[in-house]
Design a protein around this ligand. Structure first.
Ligand SMILES: [Zn+2]
Length: 471
């Protein structure tokens, strides 16, 4: 069969057909491995395969944390999968073990609300040039394009100059232990990558109206994340004779305080400047000039940009959202303890420690306890003169010459936040075209990908591997 867009779409559909929802027990991932072997026979005949997963103790830490934030009733935390055990490390031996590269793409997918889907989410149906299914853009496409590129290169008799790895965790969607476990193994083996490419960025075709070109967004860093628990205690009591300052009053004042002050200020950091300079290539008129010289206009951008939209705001600032709460179990009983949970996403300039300082002050003011449940800082940004970044950007320029290449700040989390310790350039980019509408369907209903964009994705990864002579 000729390898065209249709052929690739059918291959990707076969991966979608195994419902590797992150809440499923390990057997589903073993079935998925069997499917990978069928779709990529040459890959699995050639590579060294290692499976990775966390220890019981590491899995328990995850569950204890879930209990602390009250999330234990969420079915996701009841599955055994935070430990995993089916993360994959595939190693394709090259002529040299030095300066290896790694492609990544997790196996698990987000849960579905099946009744809301137009087509069954695990069928992989192709309608009007679009392939529908859970994982179509997050991120069985990333895995498919990477492995298909390796499959074709092996068939062509190609041997890479340097080792090429494919890393794939089985619990990315619950921030599980798949990738940390794999990294532990790679560190023990002394493996250090020049380049890692994971999911994250894509080619946005209609990000905003002023764009004159599609934007190839290569995420060069990822924001940090933390979860804080604020709790307020009382002696309980009946609602017929309420005392002053009940737990909920104090917690409500704290929420209002956080949302009426700008404790986390926006800042045009060097990585923001690099992103705006990259975007200028896709703009016309005065905006082009402004962005091209973002360095000069920092104060203006700092004030104006956060007001443009939530995405721009999130790229310039640490953001906070209150998400969960729990108090009394009866309507007429004052809670002995009530708590609320906040999730923060940290920019490089206001990290977890900075938030702790602010919350320590507020907790005194409102007589509540504050606890950091977990948190990690933003990754150190890969700069645009990093040789790994330059090599990837050069490959994009060759394969996708109509795009503007933009080093951007990933606001959500991916597995690759764990990888900077074993990589010189950890980047997040899958070469496929995506509209704003399609982007909005990630983790949502009717997730889909354009069939026509699949061949350029395979070509990109083939060229990236074929031309790689170390950086
Ligand atoms: Zn993903």
């Amino acid at each position: 069969m000729e390898r065209n867009a249709e052929y690739y779409a059918q291959g990707l559909a076969r991966l979608i057909q195994i419902p590797t929802v992150v809440t499923e027990p390990p057997e589903i991932f073993e079935r998925y491995h069997e499917r990978l072997k069928e779709v990529f026979p040459h890959v699995f005949d050639t590579v060294e395969i290692t499976k990775a997963g966390a220890s019981d103790a590491e899995g328990d830490i995850f569950l204890q944390m879930a209990k602390r934030i009250g999330g234990i009733s969420d079915p996701r935390f009841q599955s055994a999968n935070p430990k995993g055990g089916n993360a994959l490390i595939l190693k394709w031996k090259g002529k040299s073990g030095e300066k290896p590269i790694a492609l990544m793409g997790h196996q698990d997918v987000a849960p579905v609300e099946e009744k809301n889907w137009t087509y069954p989410p695990f069928e992989g149906r192709i309608v009007d040039g679009k392939l529908y299914g859970r994982g179509a853009i997050d991120c069985k496409n990333t895995a498919y394009l990477s492995l298909q590129a390796i499959e074709e290169l092996i068939e062509e008799g190609f041997v890479p100059e340097h080792d090429v790895y494919f890393l794939s965790s089985d619990n990315e969607e619950m921030a599980g232990q798949g990738t940390p476990s794999s990294i532990k193994i790679l560190k023990e083996r002394g493996v250090h990558f020049s380049i890692i490419i994971d999911e994250g960025g894509a080619i946005s075709t209609d990000l905003f109206a002023a764009l004159k070109k599609p934007v190839a967004a290569v995420a060069v860093m990822e924001k940090g994340s933390s979860v804080f628990r604020f709790s307020a205690k009382s002696h309980g009591g009946h609602t017929s004779m309420p005392p002053k300052n009940t737990p909920w009053e104090r917690l409500a004042r704290l929420i209002v305080d956080v949302h009426s002050h700008r404790y986390f200020k926006p800042k045009v950091t060097p990585e923001v400047v690099a992103m705006l300079e990259g975007l200028s290539d896709a703009m016309g008129g005065p905006a082009k000039f402004l962005l091209k010289h973002a360095k000069w206009f920092k104060p203006l951008i700092q004030v104006a940009a956060p007001k443009i939209n939530p995405t721009v705001n999130a790229m310039l600032s640490t953001v906070i959202t209150f998400t969960m709460c729990e108090g009394s179990t009866l309507p007429n009983v004052i809670p002995n303890e009530a708590f609320i949970i906040a999730n923060l996403r940290h920019s490089t300039h206001s990290n977890v420690a900075y938030a702790q300082k602010i919350f320590a002050r507020l907790s005194k003011k409102y007589d509540v306890d504050v606890e950091l449940v977990f948190g990690y800082d933003a990754t150190v940004p890969v700069t645009v003169d990093n040789p790994g970044y330059r090599y990837v950007a050069q490959t994009i320029k060759e394969v996708l010459p109509d795009t503007a290449i933009v080093p951007f700040i990933q606001t959500g989390g991916t597995d690759s936040r764990h990888t900077p310790e074993i990589a010189d350039a950890a980047l997040r980019f899958t070469p496929f075209r995506i509209s704003a509408n399609q982007m909005g369907r990630m983790h949502g209903d009717d997730e889909n990908i354009d069939v026509a964009t699949l061949p350029e994705g395979v070509t990109f990864f083939k060229q990236l591997i074929r031309n790689y002579k170390g950086v």
